[in-house]
Each structure stands twice: as C-alpha cells, then as structure tokens.
Design a protein. Sequence first.
Length: 256
Amino acid sequence: MRVLVVTAVPAESEAVTAGLRAAHPAPDTSDAPESVPLPGRTLLRVPCPAPGGGAPGAGLVVDVLAGGVGPGASAAATAGAVMAAALHGHPYDLVVSAGIGGGFAGTAPVGSVVVADTIVAADLGAETPEGFLPVTELGFGTSAHRPPAALSRALAAAAPAASGPVLTVSTVTGSAARAAELAARCPGAAAEAMEGFGVAEAAAAHGVPVLELRAVSNPVGPRDRAAWRIGPALTALSGACGALVSVLHAWEGPVS
C-alpha cells in the first residue's frame, strides 16, 4: 500500500515522520527515509514494514509532504504529488491530510486528536439575507468529502480520537461569535484547520480516498496565543500517525 500524508508546514511533517518511524522498532539502514524531489518541493518517503515483515501491510510506504498553508496550496501540492506518483507507475492508495488545528469546545480539548468523518469547506459559499449558503446549494461542486467510514472509525479507535466533521477555513476563527456561527452551521463540528478540504478535492479528482487527522493545539474561539499548546499537539500528532501505521498494517481489502 502507498500512502501520501500532506501537512501544511515542516514542523507537522517532522512530527508525522517521527510517528511513522516509531511505529516499527529498530529499522535497519535500508528502511531509512528517502528524499524525493517534486517540482518546487521535496517529499520524504518512509518505509513502514509490518512487524516480522509479513503480510498484510508488509509493503506499506508512506510519503510525507509539507504542502503549504491553506486550501489552495494544499490542493496544488496534493495534486502534483498524486499525479507524479501515477505517472511513475506507483499510484497512491490513500491520501491523508494531517496536522494540528483548533478543537471545538465539548468535543476536542487541547492535546486530543480528531479523525474526520466529514471534511467540510466551512466558508466556501455565499452570504445571503437568509444566511450562509454552501457552494453545493449554489449549484457549484461540493462542500464536503466523506472519508472511508470503516477506515476512519478504525483509526479513531486506535488513536484514540474523537470522530466528527473537521472544518476547513481560509481564516482561522478568532472570536466566540465566529465559533458559535461555525458550530451552528455544521452541527457536531469537532475541529477546524486550513488544508483538509483542499487535500480532499485533489485526491477526489484523481479517485483516491482521503482521511483527515488533526491534533488539537488550541480551542476554536477567541484568539489567545498564550493558550496554544503546539508542542503537545505535535506529540499527539506523532502518536496518531503511529496508530495510522498499525491500522493500515491490519487493513485487508480495498481502502475505499
């Protein structure tokens, strides 16, 4: 199985790679990550052999890419990596958007992990006198992608993580009023970040299933940098990526 994990920034990619590497003990030098050049960026290829080297999952290879901040950058980076892999005869079986983000009160406290059951473009649409209309209701494309349900449930159980909608926004929430608006617009929202929908759009365009995994660094609400806990969130992200390896090693059959 070949998997692409897309983060926003290098610090997240480093946390992801650390979690992948920790998921299988004492790899030999042949299992060392490999830098793979792409136009304008480089991804890191991390072999993740199954314990004992046996099937299933013995051939698991995970590519980790820091694709940039925001849905546009993440979509472009994901599309480029997916296309390059297909052209080289090694298409991806799964794409994962991973990183840190904000957690909604009552669902995802700081330091916890969220696995998306729905990846939502929370601010892609139009304001009307009656309120916000998502792009789907305007008749243009989609405003949500659904990851493979069984796989996302398995990852949430293994991480362990909360499961719920993860919202993609182009502007990080900075007030209680905005947090309440988003929660009302998307009942059950668990987390917000800035890349998931872009990654999902690119993956869907190439027919590749997608997951989103977020570790919570701050509450969604009034902007208070002093309350952010980026270090613990990156540690939680590493652990969740280790759980992802375990789940994929045990997975049988197609991902979708």
